[in-house]
Design a protein. Structure first.
Length: 579
């Protein structure tokens, strides 16, 4: 890009002033500066840009130097939580246009964070646009971009724009009465903008990699939260007066009754986002202040994971591949709700899905459509239960059966009998660890000899967040963390402890994406004898440990040593996994 000579001279002069300040602060030496200047001259880049690119100084150091030059205060926006009143003081289009964030507001004016306090054009423009006294604070560019995304939405924040369009009074929200004088919030005049707003809420959640959208009516606000990597993040919500219209629109889209607001309802929405087809499983629950809507986003294309992407290390992956290649028996995946059990089972089915195998699944509901697999959805209303579906599917001569969940004795008995008659059966149970699955099956009434003879392996799993690759940096864990993970400081070898410092890609969280930690218990002859004798799960667990089973925390510790996640994540996910 061509830069006019006059502008180049201004940039160089600003760089010189900043360099002098960095030297005074002891952040740059004259020896470093000489080599950087020659490199900057050869590449045509500024001295400051080259210093940052070469990691001689940090962007935060440069921002602090700018603040010192201007006699302004440097602020770390990622450590601050700004109130709605402060954010409303600077409209979205002004904040985006001038690349600034309001930090404090009182009767005397507004304190605003920007990157360059000497940029007179920006200061004059802000003064004119806001018509109030402005005090300048200095922050890094990454911090400002992150704050803009958090408080005003992403760069293409069409949700914020839609909300702004509707709340500025350009559209009236109409309602009509129903029998008894009640109002159900159906949109009349504002139908088109509400439709756009609802659709855009879904699109923005998908772009941010959210797994759930939570629309929660509170006493004075209509709260919107996205669950990203297992953690809920609050978004800028629509005004309370749009609550009834938004909920009605979602109920219409998901084929629910808009006249019924007293009982829970379930539905589905199918949408196309950026050429991708996604399903949304919608749940509506009446609460004190209105109906709460939760939408689970099911990305069909994002599901197609291989076993390494699930988080398996090579040794566990080889064991698991051998197990799911067996001709018969039952494999159970255990863990609490939201621990990734269904994703693991689908990935197993993808791995063994071949033309010479007939695979049938029984689910409630069918979450993902899988090519080449027969999927059956149960319906309790018409009496088509798990047990009924399982009996019917056995007459279809399948090789592999996936049962969404073992819930009762009848279902468990049919599944186990199927595994004993030449079928490979996958299913899930809600237990905390792998050996407890045996106790759970016996507790619901399955005979111990049936459990012992049919079960091939039990696997418990949890999900932990990955360290963001873009902002990952080495660090040394505390003694407390090492003790919690049973890591000997003297035998860490070439451990690669890493954590994310926070960047725009991970929304300043330091984490991006999730993977599993696993506890795989392969049943051998001695374990079968213990199951037959109805021993306590603690005895069975001790036997599993003798066979070499790694606990969830031990598997997590391996992944911490490899720099894939942090000790805090593993400790949080395995808080009950203590010997």
């Amino acid at each position: 890009m061509f830069i006019p000579e006059t502008e180049r001279q201004i940039v160089a002069a600003k760089d010189d002033y900043l360099v002098d300040t960095l030297i005074e602060m002891g952040l740059v030496t004259n020896e470093q500066l000489d080599s950087i200047r020659s490199e900057a001259d050869s590449t045509g880049e500024g001295v400051i840009d080259t210093l940052v690119a070469k990691k001689v100084v940090r962007a935060a150091d440069v921002a602090q130097a700018r603040a010192a030059q201007a006699g302004a205060e440097f602020v770390n926006l990622s450590d601050m939580r700004l109130t709605d009143d402060v954010i409303k003081a600077v409209p979205r289009h002004i904040a985006k246009r001038f690349n600034v964030i309001p930090v404090f507001k009182d009767v005397n004016g507004i304190k605003i964070a920007l990157t360059d306090p000497t940029d007179l054009d920006t200061l004059d423009g802000l003064q004119h646009a806001l018509n109030t006294h402005i005090d300048v604070l200095v922050a890094t560019q990454d911090d400002i971009e992150g704050a803009l995304a958090r408080y005003y939405g992403a760069k293409d924040d069409s949700v914020g724009k839609m909300i702004q369009d509707i709340t500025e009074g350009e559209v009236e929200i109409g309602q009509f009465g129903v029998a008894g004088g009640e109002e159900d919030g159906t949109v009349v005049e504002a139908d088109a903008p509400i439709i756009k707003l609802v659709n855009t809420l879904i699109v923005e959640a998908f772009k941010m990699r959210a797994s759930d959208i939570h629309l929660e009516p509170m006493s004075k606000v209509f709260r919107v939260r996205y669950r990203i990597d297992g953690v809920l993040h609050e978004m800028k919500g629509p005004p309370k007066r749009l609550q009834a219209s938004i909920i009605s629109r979602l109920k219409i889209q998901s084929n629910m009754s808009i006249a019924e607001r007293r009982i829970p309802q379930d539905g589905r929405i199918q949408a196309s986002v950026g050429g991708k087809t996604i399903d949304l499983r919608v749940s509506c629950l009446p609460t004190n202040h209105g109906e709460s809507i939760v939408m689970r986003i099911l990305d069909k294309e994002g599901l197609r994971l291989g076993l390494p992407e699930l988080g398996f290390f090579t040794d566990d992956q080889q064991t698991f591949e051998r197990l799911i290649g067996l001709p018969d028996g039952i494999l159970l995946v255990t863990g609490p709700t939201g621990s990734g059990k269904t994703t693991t089972l689908y990935s197993c089915l993808n791995f063994i899905n071949r033309p010479d195998r007939k695979i049938i699944t029984v689910e409630d509901p069918v979450e993902y459509q899988l090519g080449g697999i027969n999927q059956v959805q149960v319906s309790e209303i018409i009496g088509f239960t798990f047990a009924a579906a399982l009996r019917a599917m056995l007459r279809q001569s399948p090789n592999v059966i996936m049962l969404g969940e073992i819930r009762d004795l009848e279902t468990a008995t049919i599944a186990i009998n199927a595994s004993l008659t030449g079928h490979l059966v996958f299913s899930t149970l809600h237990t905390n660890d792998a050996p407890s699955a045996v106790t759970r099956l016996i507790d619901i009434g399955v005979k111990p000899f049936l459990v012992a003879s049919s079960t091939r392996a039990l696997m418990a799993q949890r999900l932990v967040r990955k360290v963001c690759r873009r902002c990952a940096e080495p660090y040394l864990p505390t003694d407390v963390e090492l003790r919690a993970l049973s890591i000997d400081p003297n035998s860490m070898g070439d451990a690669k402890f890493k954590r994310g410092k926070g960047c725009t890609e991970c929304s300043k969280t330091g984490h991006r994406g999730r993977f599993g930690i696993f506890e795989v218990f392969v049943i051998d002859d001695e374990a079968r004898k213990l199951i037959y004798d109805k021993v306590a799960s603690s005895v069975l667990r001790s036997r599993a440990r003798e066979m070499g089973m790694r606990t969830l925390r031990e598997d997590g510790a391996r992944k911490v040593l490899a720099g894939l996640t942090t000790p805090e994540e593993v400790i949080r996910a395995t808080v009950g996994d203590v010997e």
